[in-house]
Design a protein around this ligand. Structure first.
Ligand code: O2Y
Ligand code: MN
Length: 609
């Protein structure tokens, strides 16, 4: 290892946690970094790292007047999204990974990774980032340690998770278990070799070992591939922990809704990637007297409280939102949070006055920009200025409408769960499930047209159970069984009601049937009124949909035809849908829970009668 010996490492390390020290030494011996740095999470450290990143050309400082303490990064054009085809769940048995995951035997994968990581940090600093997902003073804090050779990852992790000295001290004092999360961009530097702005490797591997609860990521410096506390830990590994410990790790926003009567409700909502979770989480209601506050926009850890109520916590500390489509018109709350600064933008366009821009940010398009690949750009260029999956990474506590309960380790009681897809047809604006199992059936068949958040084709319908398809860390059939089994832990009076929603249905003319954004508060209101037994619904074979008059449409600029197109249950569409669900369920084989097979049979017989 470069200029550092393992004994010096042990002497200098700010911890006595033996397993951590042994792992750090083992990784350093394998990857051969020039130096090792223990991340303390301080502001000075952040300032130093970002200065170094600016000097290296990785970050561009933004205009401090408009975007204080903020930076833009531009990735390698081949490193712009999660790489699902290179994401693996390496359980001992292939069946435990299931059909939704790529699998390789752990020993074989470790052999491959050992070869890739040998010397992979040469010429670089190896950063050790102690982090905790969720609250440090949670009853059972979930620790992780990411080792990375990317300072951009360190800076981004500082926004997205609780990191640094406090975490390491508690981890050490408790001699606690931690998830080892090893990351390398896979671009060692030979002596004298000049670095590039965005080092990465065409060979990318995002690997999870669920039994060991460990993560290894190689070759990418981008988002969820590299910030290992996010999708890798808080969803894939946490879903396995949750299965074993009786809780749920979900791809959901959490919001607090206050009625005109000043009663608080909490809603958890699962939407596939890039379907507007951040917009819903930060929604400004259009209906009088209702207020929304946010607790989270992407990940939700839920467990039952002592009274059998389901409680939700957002384990993250930041937003890693899709930039395009986030604008002063569509999401002013996100824009205000971003405008406070302290943010890192990736793959957005630059304005001539040192700001950032992306499609949908402002009504007026700037006359000139530098696009995300560094080229001059004008509205006539005929291509997007920002990458469709460009991101803003912003501390969550910069959101003005952040609910104070975000800071409570015990979380909030969930009253309603929404499963939402992006479908042009078939799925009504909102449907209430008949009961918990029927709600899980809805979640298990959730479907959406694909977007740019993941590499691959855009616009293809894919089933996405609970919006967790890329994130379930074990067999998807067992995951659905786990959801079903959890109702046994609940107080039936306190079990959340489940709703299926679709903001994206089209009219026969092809336009959106529902305006979405702030108007979605009307759907939230209907859901709450159903919980309170105050709103009417029609029972259909697929569940309860609003009667014409039960959805608050006061002041809503939507025609009767559009409303009908949004709400209609159309049996002929559901004949096709049921057949498609049958095909989807065939993938699960023996692992499909019998309760869900019974739900599908029930749906088919209701459609037939
Ligand atoms: O992780 C990425 O790099 C892009 S995808 C993403 C980022 C933040 C939140 N959610 C997602 C997602 O794909 O669901
Ligand atoms: Mn997400």
């Amino acid at each position: 290892m470069g200029n550092l010996t393992t004994s010096r490492l042990t002497a200098d390390a700010p911890t006595t946690h033996q397993k951590l020290l042994a792992w750090v030494e083992e990784v350093a011996e394998l990857t051969q970094p020039d130096s090792i740095y223990w991340v303390n999470g301080s502001e000075e450290e952040y300032a130093r790292l970002t200065t170094e990143l600016v000097e290296a050309g990785t970050l561009v400082p933004l205009n401090p007047e408009t975007f204080p303490n903020s930076f833009a990064a531009f990735s390698d054009p081949a490193d712009v999204a999660r790489v699902e085809e290179q994401t693996f769940i390496c359980s001992e048995k292939e069946a435990d990974a299931g059909f939704t995951n790529n699998w390789m035997a752990p020993a074989e994968m470790k052999g491959k990774l050992n070869t890739l990581f040998a010397g992979s940090m040469r010429g670089r600093t190896m950063y050790v980032i102690p982090f905790v997902m969720g609250h440090l003073d949670a009853e059972d804090p979930k620790f992780g340690v990411e080792i990375t050779d990317s300072a951009y990852v360190v800076a981004s992790m500082r926004i997205m998770a609780r990191i640094g000295t406090d975490v390491l001290d508690k981890l050490t004092a408790m001699n606690a278990f931690f998830v080892p999360a090893l990351h390398s961009v896979g671009a060692p530097l030979e002596p004298g070799q000049k670095d590039v702005a965005w080092p990465c490797n065409p060979d990318k591997w995002i690997v999870h070992f669920p039994e060991e609860r460990s993560i290894v990521s190689y070759g990418s410096g981008y988002g969820g591939n590299a910030l290992l506390g996010k999708k890798c830990f808080s969803l894939r590994i946490a879903s396995v922990m949750a299965r074993d410990e009786g809780w749920l790790a979900e791809h959901m926003l959490i919001l607090k809704l206050t009625s005109p009567e000043n009663k608080d409700y909490h809603v958890a909502a699962a939407f596939p990637s890039a379907c507007g979770k951040t917009n819903l989480a930060l929604l400004d209601p259009t209906i009088k007297g209702w207020k929304v506050e946010t607790l989270g926009d992407d990940i939700n850890w839920m467990r039952f409280g002592k009274d059998g109520e389901l409680r939700a916590v957002n384990p993250e500390a930041g937003l890693f939102g899709v930039a395009p489509g986030t604008g002063w018109g569509t999401n002013p709350n996100a824009m205000r949070a971003i405008a406070k600064g302290n943010s890192i933008f990736t793959n957005v366009a630059l304005t001539d006055d040192g700001g950032v821009w992306w499609e949908g940010m402002t009504d007026e398009t700037p006359a000139h920009l530098t696009d995300w690949q560094g080229n001059d750009w004008t509205p006539e260029s005929g291509r997007p200025a920002a990458h469709p999956n460009s991101r803003f990474c912003t501390p969550i506590d910069q959101i003005d409408m952040l609910a104070e309960e975000y800071f409570a380790p015990e979380g909030v009681q969930v009253d309603a769960i929404l499963f939402g897809g992006r479908r042009k047809t078939t799925i009504p604006l909102v449907t209430e499930a008949r009961d918990w199992t029927n709600g899980i059936f809805m979640g298990s068949t959730l479907s959406s047209e694909t977007t740019a958040a993941a590499a691959g084709a855009v616009g293809v319908v894919r089933r996405d159970p609970m919006a967790m398809l890329p994130f379930i860390g074990y067999n998807a059939g067992d995951y659905l069984k786990h959801w079903i089994s959890l109702s046994a832990k609940a107080n039936p009076e306190k079990l959340p009601k489940i709703f299926l929603v679709n903001w994206f249905r089209r009219t026969p003319e092809g336009g959106f049937a529902w305006p979405g954004f702030g108007e979605n508060s009307r759907v939230l209101k209907w859901a709450i009124e159903r919980i309170e037994g105050k709103a009417d619904a029609v029972e259909t074979p697929i569940g309860f949909v609003p009667t014409a008059g039960s959805l608050d449409t006061d002041g809503l600029d939507v025609s009767a035809e559009e409303l009908d197109a949004a709400l209609a249950f159309r049996p002929e569409e559901w004949e096709v849908e049921a057949a498609s669900i049958e095909d989807w369920y065939a993938n699960f084989g023996e692992a499909l829970p019998a309760d869900l097979r019974a739900e599908l049979d029930g749906l088919k017989s209701r459609l037939a009668s």
